[in-house]
Design a binder for this molecule. Structure first.
Ligand SMILES: [Zn+2]
Length: 313
């Protein structure tokens, strides 16, 4: 079992490795250890004891707000357990995610269809409903106080999920991007989009990547995994990989399961761009490959057909 892993990013901001799936560098939580403490992401209940150990290690006995970027289980599944451990904390979430934290039955049912009962226990664990009185519903332009004159600015960033938020902070220059730009392989920082059903929308993601770039953050804090200190490069790479992936799925035979060939193609691409094999292996190991082309296919099947010359006249 790995030890507690905490990194000081400066400006009272800490990266806490949530040791999701009992592995390092699967999920990053970000703690602003400010007068009003805000923790971004808590991870699934299955691994939340690791987060509690890290908070104990830092001497944190109260947190004002747990702010999740979105309600996927790897980010927010443990929110109810967190709220029980920190009884004065609020849980901040986008409007469209809030009902699922108050009543996670539908979220859990759809996840169980994907992962199965065994997978749910192995990866995520149970989800406790949150008292709606503890929810803080956020939307574009809202600000979450950190105390001492600092605050997190909220961007509403549908694209990876329709309930996705990004958090910006001025003093540290942090832009905590959740899953919006994708996954950065640990250390190597090769970017790969994260394209699960049902909400994945590459047009929306592209708009968010450009909005984030326009804010000129000092660094991007990815959930999977860690800080990326060259935002313009990461955002450009994310956009390029995103549309390559869409084009690959669009060209694939819809009658065949695309996952094995998609996996081979993604891995070959990263290898050809010089990403070290051990980084690729870590990414391969934590990726649910079936979900990636499935989300793209769903978007392709649902998108509006392009307007033809005849219908435009
Ligand atoms: Zn996600």
């Amino acid at each position: 079992m790995p030890e507690v892993s905490v990194t000081n990013l400066g400006h009272d901001l800490y990266l806490i490795d949530a040791l999701m799936h009992d592995r390092p560098e699967r999920l990053a939580c970000y703690l602003f250890d400010t007068p009003e403490r805000v923790l971004v992401e808590c991870g699934p209940s299955r691994s939340i004891s690791h987060l509690f150990e890290a908070l104990d290690y830092l001497g944190i006995d109260d947190v004002a707000t747990l702010a999740v970027t979105h309600i996927h289980l790897d980010h927010a599944g443990g929110a109810g357990h967190f709220a029980a451990r920190f009884p004065t904390a609020r849980v901040a979430v986008h409007t469209l995610g809030a009902p699922h934290l108050a009543d996670p039955a539908r979220l859990l049912a759809s996840a169980t269809r994907i992962y199965g009962e065994e997978g749910m226990g192995q990866y995520w664990g149970p989800m406790e409903p949150l008292d709606p009185a503890r929810l803080l519903v956020l939307d574009e332009g809202d600000r979450l106080s950190l105390g001492g004159g600092r605050s997190l600015e909220v961007m509403y960033t549908p694209g990876h999920a329709k309930h996705h938020l990004v958090y910006l902070e001025g003093e540290s220059g942090a832009c905590l991007v959740g899953d919006e730009i994708g996954v950065a392989f640990p250390h190597g920082h090769a970017i790969q989009p994260d394209t699960p059903p049902p909400d994945f929308d590459p047009v929306a993601i592209t708009a968010q990547l450009r909005r984030i770039a326009a804010r000129h953050p000092a660094f991007l804090g990815l959930a999977h995994f860690g800080p990326h200190f060259d935002p313009p490069r990461a955002l450009a790479e994310a956009e390029e990989r995103l549309w390559e992936a869409v084009a690959w799925v669009e060209a694939a035979d819809p009658a065949q399961d695309p996952a094995p060939a998609y996996r081979d193609w993604v891995i070959a691409g990263h290898r050809s761009r010089g990403t070290p094999d051990e980084e690729i292996a870590k990414y391969d190991d934590h990726t649910f490959w079936g979900m990636q082309p499935a989300g793209i296919r769903r978007w392709l099947d649902r998108r509006e057909p392009p307007a033809t010359a005849a219908s435009a006249s």
